[in-house]
Design a protein around this ligand. Structure first.
Ligand code: NDP
Length: 331
């Protein structure tokens, strides 16, 4: 098995030096174990946080330990009757080509005609569920709301825009880091308006596209985007604080919005959330998303990098914004 380990903790942006690629022989399977060949492995922003030795909602990666995370693959050898050879499984063993463990560490994924296996790692999986929970449960989005989503062209953002529209949002506005992404948001993902935050004046651009203000903010970025949203909020606005990627590779302490007092004067609710505390919504999400998908209402993009040896590059490129939709590695 070829595995990617954390060799040292990055300061600022990670580099190849922070990782080690190791190939190890696998032992014979024990009773109750299965061996899985990964088809896709996921590279996600939260992994950057786990590379630091700081308290968070998931434990830090250990130096010399494998980078764990979402992956989907097929059982190629089995000593567990519940997961026979050929079964498609989802698991959290992360960055390796082949993995073996007790069957309990893998969840069986039903093969649905028309649903590519990779979608289990985004639109029909973790990032889709994050968008659903953030909008519906945390921000309590209602039909008729004007919704602003940052990081709109990424995995969570492309799901959130479509879900907001399907739940009856009046107007959905997105921000992303290139003109091509902005165009895609409007053409493919149903955004009513979008802007390129790299052109600067985030607050001004948001005001121009949401002259009547926003009711819901889905924050993937933090910093200046959050400050702009606080300015644009209507009374009683609701924010779901999902991520703050603008600070993940920064060596400076992140700057807080200077207008946090708007929380009080406008009666706003901003709530942070981590998906792990909302997993009871997975069932409702899967059936609703499955139905929307079958009805042809869901678009998706994935940026696929080939080969486990390019996993670290894929991870870094994702944080640089080289991805549209979900960044994945195909093994
Ligand atoms: P994405 O697919 O959105 O990839 C990351 C994107 O971030 C890049 O494509 C890039 O797009 C954008 N980006 C990078 N740097 C900046 C910056 N300085 N300012 C603005 N945008 C930037 O990743 P995910 O969809 O997987 O994750 C999106 C967010 O959701 C992250 O903050 C992540 O931590 C969070 N998250 C939180 C979860 C939770 O449980 N709370 C669960 C899953 C994700 P661009 O070209 O537009 O800059």
């Amino acid at each position: 098995s070829t595995q990617i380990l954390l060799a040292s903790r990055p300061t600022g942006w990670p580099t190849g030096e922070n990782f080690e690629v190791r190939t190890v022989p696998l032992a014979e399977l024990a009773d109750g174990q299965v061996r899985v060949r990964n088809e896709f492995i996921s590279v996600d922003p939260y992994m950057r946080g786990r590379m630091n030795d700081t308290r968070s909602y998931v434990a830090p990666y250990q130096i010399g330990g494998q980078i764990s995370g979402g992956a989907v693959g097929e059982v190629i050898e089995s000593r567990a009757p519940e997961l026979p050879v050929g079964t498609l499984v989802l698991h959290q063993h992360g960055w390796s080509d082949v993995v073996q463990a007790d069957a309990a560490a893998f969840s069986l994924v039903p093969k649905i005609p028309g649903v590519p296996n990779s979608l289990r790692l985004h639109m029909m999986g973790m990032t889709g569920l994050t968008a659903w929970v953030g909008l519906k449960v945390v921000a309590q989005m209602k039909a008729g709301d004007t919704v602003f989503i940052s990081g709109a062209a990424g995995a969570v953002g492309t799901a959130a825009g479509q879900i907001a529209k399907l739940l009856g949002a009046k107007r959905v506005i997105g921000s992303a880091g290139s003109d091509a992404k902005v165009q895609l948001l409007k053409d493919k993902y149903g955004y009513d308006a979008a802007f390129n935050y790299k052109n600067g004046d985030i607050s001004g651009q948001l005001h121009a596209l949401a002259p009547e203000g926003i009711d819901v903010y889905f924050d993937n970025v933090g910093g200046e985007h959050l400050e702009a949203a606080l300015d644009a909020f209507n009374d009683g606005g609701r924010g779901a604080l999902c991520g703050a990627i603008s600070s993940y590779n920064s060596t400076q302490p992140s700057q807080g919005p200077g207008n946090l007092a708007n929380m009080i004067t406008r009666g706003l609710k901003l709530q942070g959330f981590t998906l792990a505390n909302y997993l009871e919504h997975a069932g409702e999400f899967s059936s609703q998303m499955g139905q929307w998908f079958a009805e042809g209402k869901i678009a998706y993009d994935e940026t696929i990098v080939e080969g486990i040896e390019h996993t670290v590059e894929a991870f870094i490129q994702m944080m640089q914004g080289k991805n549209v939709g979900k960044m994945l590695v195909r093994i």
